[in-house]
Design a protein around this ligand. Structure first.
Ligand code: SF4
Length: 226
């Protein structure tokens, strides 16, 4: 752990928590709802994924069993509001097939598998990348991993904390996981707070005058950070 980085990240977390309060993520009543939500929110706003989830709930189709039984075309129609609905229907089907193989569809049992091994297995499922995988692990199964998304990268870059070793998903993830205490609750809260900040102030065109992290950032923006 690098003390300087650790202090900066902790200060960012504390400032965000003080400004916005706990975010109560992830909205989902069951582990499978988190899994489905993580797929449905790919490349779209949560509001659209949420409409698709509500459609599934209304038809009593938000379960491993129901998705397994539904024809893919019918599933695609139900989740249409999430966008890319044909592709997402295929991904949901692939996930359910994987869950059947791994744990007979009894998803809670996955929590018993060690995190690294489960992560690499999830990454092998059709259409499931690192952000979706880590969202499922953290918010669905309570595993200690940090979720990286485009918002996180933007804020970290503007804060002048771009990882020295590279700019891939894993580089940003290590920045957090190597320099913060291993704390699942805090990881979940921190990611949610970064999303909140990106929507509230750290937009494509940032509203730095209303941002609680402006002290360090403004120096970097003047230097031409993205
Ligand atoms: S000060 Fe501006 S660029 Fe920095 S995190 Fe806040 S909104 Fe983003």
């Amino acid at each position: 752990m690098e003390q300087q980085l650790s202090k900066r990240l902790t200060a960012i977390y504390e400032a965000l928590l003080a400004r916005y309060g706990p975010q109560a993520w992830w909205p989902g009543e069951t582990v499978f709802e988190v899994v489905a939500g993580a797929i449905l929110t790919q490349s779209t706003a949560w509001e659209n994924a949420s409409k698709a989830i509500n459609n599934l709930k209304r038809r009593n189709c938000l379960s491993v069993w129901a998705i397994r039984s539904l024809p893919q075309e019918e599933l695609a129609e139900i989740i249409r509001p999430s966008g890319y609905f044909n592709s997402k229907a295929k991904k949901l089907k692939a996930m359910v097939e994987w869950l059947d193989d791994m744990c007979g569809g009894n998803i809670e049992q996955l929590a018993r598998i060690d995190t690294l091994s489960l992560r690499s297995k999830l990454l092998s499922v059709y259409g499931i990348g690192p952000e979706t995988t880590d969202s499922i692990l953290l918010y669905g199964l309570g595993k200690s991993v940090f979720v990286i998304d485009a918002y996180t990268r933007r804020i970290i870059d503007r804060q002048g904390l771009t990882p020295a070793g590279g700019t891939g998903y894993d580089d940003y993830q290590k920045l957090f996981m190597y320099n913060l205490e291993d704390d699942t609750v805090m990881y979940g809260e921190f990611h949610a707070l970064l999303v909140k900040l990106a929507k509230d102030a750290c937009r494509k065109t940032p509203l730095c005058s209303v941002c609680c992290l402006s002290n360090e950032c403004l120096k970097n923006i003047e230097r031409g950070a993205p």
